[in-house]
Ligand binder design. Structure first.
Ligand code: HPA
Length: 235
């Protein structure tokens, strides 16, 4: 296979070596318009908007992943494998599992547990442990400290279910898992398989412990400045 890929109609060289990856295509547009200079639309297949521009003089791209491990699995694979992208930094939202985490706090995902089977494709005789790039992780911690954000570094859960019949998200608290989202484990698997770098930074948008704590879709889209700036500083 070569470019354009089935899901990305950009040309060779259209993407920078670092891509910020929100879930929501609207957030991708918002970041390009408000944080990047000279941003150009490089992908719009299925409305999954991708832009390349500059931040503090450095070339950076931003493209949405859509929701769930199958979706981020496709986009991150195609960017790493066919567009020579080296770093993907997911900037998403998560539900907090750890009771000390509240709305707008930031979780940096050192590792990603999952209830899904994305890694079964590698046919390993055990359980693969999807982890962040140490280099990106270290830089993100430095940037997060400087920003003054309330952040924690640790495990998150990439769940294949948002509406979970067993409501099993909080079961992971006993293992110290901080938050729940739906994409990072597949992203970390692709990075490992293709020798690339990935990191996920999430803003807490709701809480499994405190159901009254919720952000509206609009708040979620707009109140993520601190996380976006941390990701752009690493890029
Ligand atoms: N569950 C799964 N994914 C999420 C959540 C959640 O509560 N919040 C944000 N992404």
């Amino acid at each position: 296979m070569s470019i354009p890929t089935p899901h990305i109609n950009a040309k060779a060289g259209d993407f920078a070596e670092t891509v910020l990856m929100p879930g929501d295509p609207k957030r991708s547009k918002m970041i390009a318009e408000n944080f990047l200079e000279n941003a150009v639309l490089v992908n719009d297949v299925r409305g999954v908007q991708g832009y390349t521009g500059t931040y503090k003089g450095k070339r950076v791209s931003v493209m949405a992943s859509g929701m769930g491990q199958p979706a981020i699995g496709i986009y991150s694979y195609e960017l790493f494998k066919f567009y020579d992208v080296k770093n993907i930094i997911r900037i998403g939202s998560c539900g907090s599992i750890n009771p000390e985490l509240h709305l707008k706090d930031i979780v940096i995902a050192q590792g990603a547990c999952t209830n899904g089977f994305y890694a079964s494709q590698y046919r390993l005789p055990g359980t693969f442990c999807p982890i962040a790039s140490y280099e990106l992780l270290e830089k993100s911690v430095e940037a997060a400290r400087k920003s003054g954000a309330n952040f924690r570094v640790g495990n998150i859960l990439s769940s294949d279910t948002f509406y979970d019949d067993a409501q099993s998200g909080l079961d992971w608290a006993k293992m110290g898992v901080l938050g729940i989202e739906m994409e990072s484990a597949a992203l970390y698997c692709n990075a490992a398989r293709l020798g690339k770098n990935a990191l996920c930074i999430c803003t807490v948008s709701d809480s499994l412990n405190y159901p009254d704590e919720v952000m509206t879709a609009e708040e979620r889209q707009n109140s993520l400045t601190q996380m976006i700036e941390i990701a752009l500083e690493i890029a």
